[in-house]
Write a new protein. Structure first.
Length: 404
């Protein structure tokens, strides 16, 4: 039978260090409730045993305490836990889940029984890597809340304590996890490029938390590079910086039928003007492959701009008769005065053209040429072999010597 405490004397059993408190509901004795002390696991997921303390509601000092545990098989509290005599209060530690009764008596008239339930709550969780390929990682999470039953001894019936559960996947270092709080078995469509700890954390209705972690050693590779520069005139020398992750084999396609195998290619030179799309293919140690292409490396078309006036007065502005040339392979310039005497000549090709400054207005590098009209003959060859295929360009340029 269900023994009741003295009328008006409720909850003379208290829990020590419990995490949450619920109350029983007995249909046959609706006015009577007993505490349910819930003990959540510690920070490492280990169960925390229950601890109860009983104090007498009154009477003469020097009380006797007899603790017993409920046995569902016999529907009785007949398993002795602790007996103490002549003390002011009594505490029992190391309790497992179940029902507990304490009978308190004094030497005169006090003889009463109090009840409490202990729930050692440890939500169940286990995280594993179910499968992985070069394209995804599949995680598996097994979760469950711990069922707990208290008993109505009047009706000899078990009553379930409602307990739900929620969960959350996290990753360290952080990486994307689809539906981390909705799907216990997610598939990571974009696998991490770093070794990662995946942790599944569960929380039940009483705020009890437990977690499980699984280590994933990545097999994935990310191809990445940056060209520098990515535009300019021919011949354009480009350095390719390999920024790939986890790659051990590399194939470089420069977009001009040139191929290099290795981690870091030497600077590559583009001679022919146009647009090039380089591609890097990276392979991991486990054979996973990734590739990336750069949108465009632009080599400027050949161009020849010939000024018609210059002012070699030393003011730092327009001091040279300089042919503005882009992507030219060869340039030959001759300048004559009105009498047909050559006063300047330049011939160069390749990288020499990048340092070419032009005619400074001196006669064959010596005295200043007089102001007036001079005539040029220019022959140019472009790297693209489309324009300036050795054609002669003739024209006039005006030399002014303005005051500074």
């Amino acid at each position: 039978m269900l023994l009741l405490p003295i009328a008006g004397l409720r909850a003379q059993i208290t829990g020590n260090g419990y995490s949450a408190l619920e109350w029983t509901h007995y249909d046959t004795v609706p006015q009577h409730t007993d505490p349910i002390f819930i003990y959540c696991p510690d920070g490492e997921g280990n169960p925390v045993p229950g601890s109860l303390t009983a104090r007498p509601p009154g009477g003469t000092a020097g009380w006797d305490f007899n603790w017993t545990m409920y046995d569902p098989a016999t529907n009785t509290y007949d398993s002795t836990v602790l007996v103490e005599t002549g003390v002011e209060s009594s505490t029992v530690n190391g309790l497992e889940s179940g029902g507990y009764a304490v009978r308190i008596r004094d030497a005169v008239s006090l003889d009463t029984v109090f009840y409490a339930w202990v729930f050692v709550d440890t939500p169940q969780v286990k995280a594993t890597v179910l499968n992985y390929t070069c394209d995804y990682v599949a995680l598996k999470g097994d979760t469950a809340s711990i069922p707990f039953y208290y008993y109505n001894t009047e009706a000899d019936s078990a009553i379930a304590l409602k307990n739900g559960i929620s969960f959350l996947w996290t990753a360290s270092p952080p990486s994307a996890i689809p539906w981390p709080d909705l799907e216990p078995d997610p598939i990571i469509y974009k696998p991490p490029y770093e070794d990662t700890w995946y942790t599944l954390t569960v929380t039940d209705s009483f705020g009890c938390v437990n977690s499980s972690a699984v280590f994933y050693k990545t097999i994935h590779v990310k191809a990445d590079f940056e060209p520098e520069p990515d535009n300019g005139e021919a011949p354009l020398e480009v350095t390719f910086n390999n920024k790939s992750i986890n790659g051990v084999q590399f194939e470089w396609k420069f977009g001009d039928d040139s191929v290099f195998y290795g981690e870091t290619p030497d600077p590559h030179t583009y001679y022919i003007p146009g647009d090039y799309v380089p591609v890097l293919i990276a392979t991991s140690e486990e054979g996973c492959v990734d590739s990336i292409s750069y949108e465009s490396i632009h080599v400027e078309p050949s161009e020849l701009n010939i000024p018609n006036v210059f002012t070699p007065n030393g003011d730092g502005y327009n001091d040279y008769f300089r042919v503005s040339a882009k992507s030219l392979r060869y340039l030959h310039i001759k300048v004559y005065n009105r009498q047909g005497v050559k006063v300047y000549e330049f011939e160069g090709q390749g990288n020499v053209l990048k340092d070419y400054e032009g005619w400074d207005g001196k006669i064959n590098g010596h005295g200043n040429a007089s102001p007036g009209v001079y005539y040029y003959v220019i022959r140019a060859v472009g790297w693209d072999d489309v324009q300036y295929k050795g054609k002669l360009y003739r024209g006039a340029v005006y030399l002014f010597r303005e005051k500074k």
